[in-house]
Unconditional design. Sequence first.
Length: 585
Amino acid sequence: MAKVERQRLGDILVMSGLITQDQLNRALKVQAQLNCMLGEAVVKLGFANEEAIALGIARQLGIPYASRENKVLRVDKTQKLDGIINERFARDNMILPLFIDERVLTVAMADPDNVLVIENLQLMTGYDISPAISTRAQILKAIDEFYTQGGTNLIDTVMQKQDTPDGGVAEIEEVDTSDARLDLDKTVSEAKGAQVVSLVNAILKQAIAERASDIHLESYDERILLRFRIDGVLYERPQPPKESIGAMVSRIKILSKLDIAERRLPQDGAFSMKLQNRVIDMRVSMCPTVYGEKVVMRILDKGAVTLKVDNLGFEGRQRSDFLTAAEMPHGLIFLTGPTGSGKTTTLYAVLNTIKSNEKNYMTIEDPVELKLEGINQVQVKSQIGLTFASALRSFLRQDPDVILVGEVRDQETARTCLQAALTGHLVLSTLHTNAALDAVVRLIDLGIEPFLLSSSLGLTAAQRLVRVLCESCKRPVKPDSKMLDVCLKESMLTELPNPANVTFFEPGGCDKCAKTGYIGRRGIYEVYLITPEMREVIYRKGGDLTQLKEIGSKSGMINLRACGWRKVLAGKTTPEEIMSVTLAE
């Protein structure tokens, strides 16, 4: 029988419409220069993401694609596969055992064409190997969840190792937190001690494994409080020894390049750490309290953030409206919401979606939260005069096409954004208002003339974050009749479902979601694409909110509450989540 010739990956990517023939030719040149795989070259050039390449390779090799979304990248924990393939081998070779069926072990691999690894697996396990393909980021995250010591064990283990051979607890002299003169040599020595280094490392590693966004370390009279913010909620973790707080704070200061002698004033810093081939940025804030310094560390893990518009939580019309405005050659786009509502991530995802080698993208941020390939990002440094407004003025001499401004806080920045939009640039920014259309009033309050705003404003949106139910343990419940009536009324659906067929869900609690019932958060949005009728209202009446909302509603645009209720009807979240972050209109 004649051997079937394998289709080339480049041809598959072109035929799928993921890249053009010109982009393929450029990628082939880069592949030859860097001596790498074609998929790596395509990703490096920004023509496609890892997921798209993996799907192409799956089609090329005729093997399954494994991801968290299609639920193939899921380890059968009843088969004790960690005893067959150890964590070190899995990480070094970027593989994950999934399940055994008869004498065949299915393994997710980042490079399923690596014959040497497959042969080693056969020798090591004694099973025939059936490869599936997944991305490196997905495999690493799955390895973290499968092989981690889990829960609070990691921190507990490190603290237990501080015990001395005779059973007593190894003493760590508490660093003086008073205003008296400090022995800096002693402080630095303690901060670099093996026990303190191990404890801080364990806290960081555990927080990342548990998907925490922030680490809070607080000192009180009798104890230390350690908490992780996971999906917007703070959870307590094992208390480190009270005696170690001074050395731990000093250790974090050394990592962040802060002044370890300064205990009376707030300090901000940052550092980066490498964990399992991922570079994770940590943003650190120190604040003096009556019991000592409080530390908050924000975890900025690019590998844990998927910058895809489809994963944000937009309803269909909202997604198309946002991208319509983002693809305009000029204009203003404002995204509103409180601190921590995911505004920056949404704008990053939009930029990532519209990004093209034919345009010049520039951002001014405070701080730069994620570093994006192909986008020129600038960090605000107020102490040397580098503000949002001054950077914007400089940007206009850099021939930009698209500008992202982290936040409009004052009249000068607002006016400069407006001037940039009026002179042919697309400007994306954020405002702290409660609703999308409140941005119109806020900008006018900042001194922007209504006739200029009406001609430049392209879109205004608002967002909040709600927790997403764990698919493994969520439970169906019969909705309360009053709650159901509210849901159907406020969802703003043109065709209402039969109430008898509506099912709500409530959180359960399993090992996968650490007994919380939720995994991750998603955005709920209100998106108002400015129509000619809206421009007329802004121009004539300076932004009549009631009239603007009526026009948006007639055009099919929905508010935050409606977007939230639609996610409840889809079984993604709970009524309690929606009511906790939105107000009825």
